[in-house]
Structures are given as C-alpha cells and as structure tokens.
Design a protein around this ligand. Structure first.
Ligand code: RIB
Length: 338
C-alpha cells in the first residue's frame, strides 16, 4: 500500500507538500497540486485523514515584524508582502518593535504561541537571538532589510554598502571633502554597511577618515536633528551631510532650517530612502532609493516556497541594488562662512 512518502517521491516534492495539497492546509501552487494528484492516482494512495489532520495544524497566518511601522520604507515593504500573501490565501500579522530587542522577543513569543506558519523579520539590533529562537522551533523565517551575522538564514536586503559608496562618490565629484555621516545605531547591519560604503569612497579618493565627521544615533528624526546640530556646532564645518535613512534626513533638514542654513546653497544633503511619489509633490532630495516593494515581494515569495516545500535546501541572500536619484539637495561645494 503506497504511503505519503511514495507519493512525494513520485511527485518530486516533500511529504509535507503532499499533506498540504491533499488537506488544502496551506499554499500549494497549481503545478505542484497537479503533480501530487497525478502521483496519488497512479499509486492509488488513500490518505489517513485523521493522522494528517493532527499533523498539519496550519493556521494560514504569517507575521511581518518591523522596527518602525510609521516609516514609509517599511510600510512599502509591508505592501509588497501583503499583496502576495493574501493572493496565496494567507493573512499577515504586522508587529512593530521600535528597534527594541525586548519588544521583538515578546512579539515572537506571542507569534509562536499563535502557531503562525512563517515569519518575516526585520531584526532590531543584530537579531541573533531572535532568529536562533525561530529556527529552533522549526518555523520558516526570512530576514528582511538587515543581515544577521554568523547565522545561516534566508535574507532579502538592499546593497547598503554600495548605495552609500555611490552617494559619497557623488558628493566627492561635486567637490565636497568634509562630509559628515549621520548614522543609525551601531550594531545594526544597515548602519555598518552604510558607514563602510562612505569610508570606502573617502579612502578611494585619498581622503583620511575623520572620526569627527562620523555620528551614530537612531533611525529617528529626533536623532537626525541632534546629530546635525553636533556636526555643525564647531567653527570648522562640513560642506555636506550624508543621512543614512529617511527619518534622519528629515531631522537634519529641520536642524538646518533652525540654523538658517539653506540646502544646497549653504550645505549639501544626501540620504538613504526615497519617499513614495504619492507623498511628495516637489522632490528635491538626492537619495539612494531602496526597492522596498520588491524587497517585500521577494521575501514573501521565498517564505511561501519554503512553506510548500519548493524552496531549495540552500539558504538564499537576495541583495537588490539601491537606485541613486540625483536632485537639487546635493548641490556643489560651497565653503560655509567660518
Ligand atoms: O528607513 C529604513 C531604512 O533605514 C532601513 O534600511 C532600515 O534598516 C534603516 O537603516
């Protein structure tokens, strides 16, 4: 008598996939379903409904854990995720951690208790403990936006290092030499990668790294405001600011306005993250625009493949390029009045 493993072998899928297709207990592509049904017919397989019902326990729910649900970058990621997930018959639970590891752990505990079928995680800090916890419970996970050092897992992110390198090179090409970087928290991979790209461009141009132009804060407007004030407090001032995310950029612009410094006439500003065109009537910021929607889409597709047993055994790291969008804010170098 053929069993579920025989059907799986003939159909070329995992046994869990056969169970999911037969019980309609999760995503199963039309192609996979056709292969499974053909194998069932050929082998005359009769499923044990009771046993498979106990095993599947699918909830058809997924979770997207973000660090700042007010940030249009993350809401655009969420749009990409939800469009694909709902099409596949899943509902998505959105969680906001405010870059707090303790909040992240509380949410993950609840999600595991709710038996979500899979998790998409933007890790607060380095994410090591959280990702390890999820993997230990054998819940499929895809990490978004950030890298988790020294841990094998599927990742979808933007190439922050290259985007920062290109933005800094642009400022150098416009004659800027004193460029201050206003960065997010150290320990978060996107901060580290953007700092690396900034330093690579300076080194390549033969400019010494000057620690006094490197500021670390949080990915918030308040922090951007404070860092901009610090960078411009001394007599010796930078001619350009590189803000490593959209909220830091907004805070820095508020500080420049308070100091009555015009952009780009008095100081150039470039930043990571463009704003959705629907939100900005007169875009003037030069940015490294991250493909947020595509990042969300790619991440949920990998997760769904894992759920229906189609994913490869190898972990994937999908790294999408940032698009450099040159607008007025980068300007040309002008020495600030000392
Ligand atoms: O604005 C969101 C971006 O800034 C993301 O890349 C996040 O990691 C932060 O770096």
């Amino acid at each position: 008598m053929a069993d579920i493993r025989d059907v799986a072998k003939l159909a070329g899928v995992a046994p869990i996939t056969v169970s999911r297709c037969i019980n309609n207990s999760g995503y199963c592509s039309p192609q996979t379903r056709a292969r499974v049904e053909a194998a069932v017919a050929e082998l005359g397989f009769v499923p044990n409904r009771l046993a498979s019902g106990l095993r599947s326990k699918r909830t058809n729910t997924l979770a997207l854990v973000l660090t700042d649900i007010t940030n249009p970058f993350f809401t655009t990621i969420a749009r990409g995720v939800e469009d694909i997930a709902s099409e596949a018959g899943y509902t998505v639970i959105f969680c906001n951690t405010d870059e707090s590891v303790s909040k992240e752990k509380k949410y993950l505990q609840v999600l595991l208790e709710k038996r979500v079928d899979g998790i998409l995680l933007v890790p607060a800090s380095n994410g090591l403990d959280s990702v390890a916890l999820i993997k230990k419970r054998d819940i499929p996970i895809v990490v978004l936006d950030r890298r988790v050092p020294d841990l094998q897992t599927d990742v979808v992110r933007c190439d922050s290092e290259e985007g920062a390198y290109e933005l800094t090179r642009l400022l150098l090409s416009l004659g800027h030499r004193e460029i201050a970087i206003l960065n997010g928290p150290s320990g978060v991979s996107t901060s580290g990668d953007r700092l690396d790209g900034y330093r690579r461009a300076l080194n390549e141009a033969g400019i010494n790294i000057n620690a006094k132009w490197e500021y670390h804060g949080a990915f918030t407007q308040e922090s951007g405001f404070e860092m901009a004030h610090k960078a411009l407090a001394g007599v010796y001032k930078p001619t350009a600011l590189f803000a490593t995310n959209n909220f830091i950029t907004f805070g820095a612009l508020k500080a420049l306005q308070e100091m009555e410094l015009r952009v780009p006439e008095d100081i150039a500003v470039v930043g990571f993250d463009d704003l959705p065109a629907s939100l900005v009537t007169y875009p003037f910021l030069t940015v490294a625009a991250q493909p947020a929607y595509e990042m969300g889409r790619r991440a949920i597709e990998i997760l769904l493949d894992k759920l229906c047993g189609k994913a490869s055994d190898q972990y994937q790291e999908v790294v999408l390029p940032a698009e450099i969008v040159i607008r007025q804010s980068s300007g040309r170098v002008r020495k600030l009045v000392q």
